[in-house]
Ligand binder design. Structure first.
Ligand code: PMP
Length: 346
């Protein structure tokens, strides 16, 4: 099957929005085509000009680090934009459905609802792994996307690679693997599988390990067919120039990022051990991410006690399979110690 057949009918015949500037590729010296301010910007950069809609310099730098050709790379205003565009390009409103695997990242369902796309939920198993049998039974002819988050938010664990491969081998719609937390994981990325499966989409982000959540920059890696479709439906200037410039600069500093990843993983293990020694803590779930899911007595009450002391964690106690659980981001050593001291005193 051709993965292009998955796109919505009305998208098939669309041409991407094109600007006069696409044709001249920076060769001109006088730009009077885009109704910009020709005098300049009040800031010390050429912010009076629209950004490169193709984001070529940034994609080129990302490609060198990830080993993915630029024609297989899409950049979004956060991976959240890529998620939304996947719905808009591939899911017919009021007709198609997607499968999500709770407990999982909330935006898949939010985007589905905004786009009037049915959400079918197949809960993870009690040990937070894929329920392959139920997934297989839930798929029908209108199932366009399965969202797999690995490492999974909020549980923190990676999903079994063999199970994900089973889905890739059998499902004909898009398989989206959200690897937002992959930099903290022992499990390897699925990037190497891209050449094998035209329907595989991998999401990664600059918001976690790279420390650039405020810039809003996410990546989707996939076959050229899928990337071409995403490029057709994206707003032309979805990655602003400040983000393109700053992310490019950040990519020169990978050593710093790797150092933070190492510290985060060490702190994760230290925090997990310290938490598991607290009497009120019932379970510390193993984590491959930069947060830990913890089951604790009176979770909701504990959450509010921590808030009163100026410490904010995420209350997940009402989330399916997460009874009495808090999701705790790994902070600096000092922040983690503050959290532990506060919990000990409760
Ligand atoms: N995927 C997962 C699993 C996440 O947890 C998050 C953010 N919490 C995102 C995607 C969104 O990332 P971005 O900031 O790139 O939109």
């Amino acid at each position: 099957m051709d993965v292009r057949d998955l796109q919505r009918e009305n998208i098939k015949n669309l041409s991407p929005y094109s600007t006069a500037r696409d044709e001249f590729k920076g060769q001109a010296s006088v730009y009077l085509d885009a109704n910009e301010n020709s005098f300049g910007s009040p800031l010390p950069a050429d912010y009076n000009r629209y950004p490169d809609p193709l984001q070529l310099d940034l994609k080129d730098a990302i490609s060198k680090i990830k080993g993915v050709p630029i024609e297989n790379t899409f950049l979004g205003n956060g991976s959240d934009e890529a998620i939304d565009l996947l719905f808009r390009a591939f899911c017919n409103p009021g007709k198609d459905n997607v499968i999500i695997l709770p407990p999982t990242y909330g935006m898949y369902e939010v985007s589905a609802n905004i786009n009037d796309v049915e959400v079918r939920k197949v809960n993870l198993t009690p040990d937070f792994q894929l329920d392959l049998e139920n997934i297989a039974e839930t798929i029908d002819a209108n199932t366009k996307i399965i969202f797999i988050c690995s490492p999974n938010n909020p549980t923190g664990n990676s999903l079994n690679r063999g199970d994900i491969e089973t889905i890739l081998a059998n499902f004909k719609g898009l398989v989206v693997i959200d690897e937002a937390y992959i930099n903290f994981a022992k499990q390897k990325t699925f990037i190497q599988e891209l050449t094998e499966y035209a329907n595989l989409v991998i999401l990664q982000t600059f918001s976690k390990a790279w420390g650039l959540a405020a810039l809003r920059l996410g990546m989707a890696f996939s076959s050229t067919h899928v990337i071409d479709i995403l490029n057709k439906v994206k707003p032309p200037y979805n990655i602003n120039q400040a983000t393109q410039d700053l992310a490019l600069a950040a990519l020169q500093n990978i050593q710093q990022v790797n150092e933070w990843i190492k510290i985060t993983v060490n702190e994760r293990e230290r925090l997990a051990n310290a938490l598991s020694r607290l009497e009120k803590v019932r379970k510390v779930y193993p984590s491959d991410a930069n947060f830990i899911l913890v089951q604790i007595d009176h979770a909701h009450w504990t959450y509010h006690q921590l808030v009163d002391q100026g410490i904010i964690v995420r209350d997940r106690s009402k989330v399916v399979l997460c009874d009495d659980c808090l999701r705790i981001t790994i902070g600096t050593t000092e922040e983690n110690n503050q959290l532990l001291t506060a919990l000990e005193k409760l």
